[in-house]
Design a protein around this ligand. Sequence first.
Ligand code: ZN
Length: 198
Amino acid sequence: MVVVEKGPQRTCIACRQTKDKKQLVRYVVAPDGAVLVDYLQRLPGRGAYTCVANQCLLDAVKRSSFQRCFKCQCLPVDPLELAQQLTQAIEKKIASLIGMARKSRQFIAGSNAVIEALKKGASLALVIVATDISASIVKKVETLALRGSVETACFYDKQTMGQLLGKEERSVIAVQSGLLADSLLNELHRYKQLVREN
Ligand SMILES: [Zn+2]
C-alpha cells in the first residue's frame, strides 16, 4: 500500500473542515489590526484559515469567526475587501507562473502556433485564450483542445498576455505539461471558483 504523505492540516474557521493547509486561504492581522489575505502563507503571526469558497469567507464574517480566532485583536472584517484581495493575489500568482513558463520556455504563444501544436497532439496541459479575441478563434481552439483533453481557460486581454510574455499582443498561449502547468491549473481553478461565486 502506498502511504501518501500529508502536508500540515488546518481547519476552516467557517465550515470546520480540516484540509491540507495549501488548499486553504490564510489570513493574518496586520499591525494596524486589519485582517489581510496571506496568500503565499508566509507572513508571521497567528493565522486563520478558510476554504477558497466565498461562502466560507462570508460565513466566517457573519459568525465573527475571525474575531474569535484572533481573540478580538482585529478590526471588523469586510468580506468584499478580502475577496478582492484574494482575487488580486491569485491574479498575481497566475502572472508570475506565466512569467516562469516564459523563462523556462514551457509555452507556445500565438493562435496559429497553438492551433498547430494542438493538431499535432503536442503534450500540452493548458491553453489560455485572451478575453478579447474573436469568438471563431475561441471556438476553434476550444474544439481542438477538447479533442486532445487539454484544458482551456479564458483569462487576461491580449495586451496583458503579451506583456507577461514580453511580446506584442498575444491572443492564445499554451503551456506544456509539467509541474508548472499543474500549479497554473490549480490557480485558475481557484480563480474560477471565486469569480463564479461573486
Ligand atoms: Zn470552509
